[in-house]
Design a binder for this molecule. Structure first.
Ligand code: CMC
Length: 435
């Protein structure tokens, strides 16, 4: 069990119905303090109302910190810029799971374990064959990741720390294999088995893009870019999909089922689907001269259009991941000789215009990570339908680290929000003939 690090920081008083109620206030290591309202309903017979959880801390966590106003993102206290520049995705996985950067021997042991768990049960291949060839990779991922619980019974007992550990390693190790299989299946190409002499991201690139008919050489610039994309997407505090994983896990569901729930949530265009939507938008705009007209349409609320890849629930400043993403976008386009890519030109012009426009300035709408990741992934050779699957691959470590943290939290309870009911009240049943 994990010890709570919450510190007392005074009291907050609520006056309601002519009475005063005191609630403890707590401080974490950084970020806003919280009012502990767990006894509110008991004491004052009232609920709080916070749709979208904009002012609600659902948990104590020591994994990821975001300061949206300052544009700060840290994993276990390390800035995302530092990790994107100096770390590898697998080392970042270790950091997120275990709390500290690994010593050499720890890293070797972890790498060995992840590498040795990359193969999936051979019968899973048949499971894939049940899908239509044109199925969206996220539909396939929801299904096959959930199905892992039917194949790995020996790591579904959530009360056994050793089984939790094995399930975590299995999920991190098998996600690239499953994502590559989803891609291969949609292309009508044979599945490619992992190779243990390759690194995590190199292996994924090979399983995705190699064919048995010829040798495949991993391009180190492209591998570094994809590895960085994975680092940037590895965790993001209590976002929608992570909260989904925690909520699913709070009932005691097994880890494979919980991660499948996270994948389902990530699929939506307001979350993981945004890079696909951002790229589609850039293609729809098409040329630089069309940018002002498009921005005008976005500002007209009746159009129902949003600038995809702009804005964030938490960042009200430049998304710190977008900066590292922009560096990798340029590295990939340079390496592939695509710096004159028309989509990149549209993206740069769109960013320039939007950053000067009163509408976006006033609403604090800045480019988010998805603005540049779509262009980069497209240049790497991924179809747009694979973008969210790649996000899911990278976010799996964050989901699993948060799931483990939740299970080790002595205050953990099943998640069960309440509501303000506005529906009909106490009606008598009317037989159909009298309605
Ligand atoms: N384009 C134009 N206007 C926007 C945009 C946008 N991308 N985003 C927000 N607004 C406006 C919105 O119309 C509203 O205006 P008003 O106050 O006049 O009604 C105001 O800004 C606040 O919007 P909101 O929907 O209340 O803000 P939110 O915090 O609920 O939404 C968001 C956050 C990410 C869903 C939203 O900004 C959005 O839809 N962005 C486009 C999709 C996108 O890029 N999503 C990826 C998020 S980053 C990936 C991740 O971390 O998961």
């Amino acid at each position: 069990m994990r010890e709570s690090k919450i510190k007392p920081a005074g009291n907050a008083t609520l006056s309601y119905g002519g009475k005063g109620y005191d609630f403890p206030v707590y401080a974490g290591s950084q970020g806003p303090n919280v009012v502990d309202i767990r006894k509110l309903y008991d004491q004052a017979d009232i609920f709080t109302y916070d749709p979208g959880f904009t002012s609600t801390a659902s948990t104590e966590s020591g994994i990821t910190f975001i300061d949206g106003d300052k544009g700060v993102l840290e994993y276990r206290g390390y800035s995302i810029a530092d990790l994107a520049e100096h770390s590898s995705f697998l080392e970042t996985c270790y950091l997120l799971l275990y709390g500290d950067l690994p010593q050499k021997a720890q890293m070797e042991k972890f790498t060995h374990s992840i590498t040795r768990h990359t193969m999936v049960h051979e019968q899973l291949a048949q499971f894939f064959r049940g899908f239509r060839r044109d199925a969206h990779p996220m539909a396939v991922m929801c299904g096959v990741v959930g199905a892992l619980s039917a194949f790995y019974h020996d790591s579904t007992d959530i009360n056994d720390p050793m089984q939790r550990e094995i399930a975590s390693h299995r999920l991190i190790a098998k996600m690239p294999t499953l994502a590559a299989m989803a891609f291969k299946y949609s292309m009508g190409q044979p599945f490619v088995y992992p190779r243990n002499e390759l690194g995590y991201t190199e292996n994924f690139l090979r399983m995705t893009f190699s064919v048995p008919a010829e040798e495949y050489k991993v391009n180190p610039v492209l591998a570094k870019a994809l590895d960085t994309i994975f680092i940037l997407h590895a965790d993001h505090e209590q976002n929608a999909s992570t909260s989904t994983v925690r909520l699913a896990g709070s009932s005691g569901a097994n880890p494979f089922a919980c991660i499948a729930a996270g994948i389902a949530c990530l699929w939506g265009p307001a979350h993981g689907g945004a890079n696909e939507a951002a790229l589609k938008m850039l293609m729809e705009i098409g040329t630089v001269d069309k940018v002002p007209e498009y921005v005008k349409k976005v500002k007209d609320k009746s159009s129902g259009l949003r600038l995809m890849g702009f804005g964030h629930r938490v960042y009200k400043n430049y998304d710190p991941r977008a900066k590292a993403m922009q560096v990798q976008a340029h590295a990939v386009l340079d390496e592939l000789g695509l710096h004159n890519d028309p989509l990149l030109k549209v993206a740069i012009e769109l960013e320039r215009i939007a950053l000067q426009d009163e509408y976006f300035i006033e609403k604090k709408l800045y480019p988010n990570i998805d603005f540049y990741s779509g262009i980069t992934l497209k240049a790497l050779g991924f179809p747009t339908s694979m973008f969210t699957a790649l996000f899911a691959l990278a976010r799996t470590v964050g989901w699993i680290a948060q799931w483990k943290e939740m299970l080790e939290d002595p205050h953990q309870k099943i998640g069960r929000p309440r509501q303000i009911y506005t529906g009909p009240v106490a009606r008598s049943y009317v037989p159909m003939s009298n309605r």
